[in-house]
Design a protein around this ligand. Structure first.
Ligand SMILES: [Zn+2]
Length: 140
């Protein structure tokens, strides 16, 4: 057995306050050191119908061809890959990718970049590239 290495770390950005911090790759959820609220870190895959209020994670959101998210908004750190249906505003620091059968319907779509396959449908206001404002902070 090899010696245990220091766990790999990743940088996450709190979707509630925009603060960046580091967590272990294996972390599923954590508490933001700035706003002290619980935040989800793990990647989320939606394979069926999912009605929620807010779908939030610092990770990535994947919606498979049979997946359908109906929410007020999706906030995530590592982008959205959609082959299915999203009915929600999207706010992500990452990229959004819509497959050929994808349908997005929402108020606003804000992301760093947007890839749209032939056949994908979009209904709403798209703001790309979008960068979340840095948390107005007391700089030390
Ligand atoms: Zn925070």
């Amino acid at each position: 057995m090899a010696k245990a290495k220091a766990p790999a770390r990743r940088t996450i950005r709190c979707y509630l306050c925009g603060n960046r911090s580091e967590v272990s790759l294996r972390t599923m959820s954590t508490t933001c050191p700035k706003c002290n609220r619980a935040i989800k870190v793990e990647d989320v895959t939606v394979k069926t119908y999912l009605p929620v209020n807010d779908l939030q994670t610092c990770g990535k959101v994947t919606i498979t061809a049979k997946g359908r998210v109906v929410a007020k908004r999706i906030q995530c750190g590592d982008g959205v890959v959609c082959e299915g249906t999203i009915e929600a505003a999207i706010e992500t620091d990452g990229d959004v990718s819509l497959g050929p059968k994808a349908l997005w319907k929402g108020q606003v779509l804000q992301s760093r970049s947007l890839q749209i396959a032939d056949g994908a449908k979009l209904l709403g206001l798209v703001t790309v590239p979008w960068h979340r404002p840095e948390s107005n902070g007391e700089k030390k």
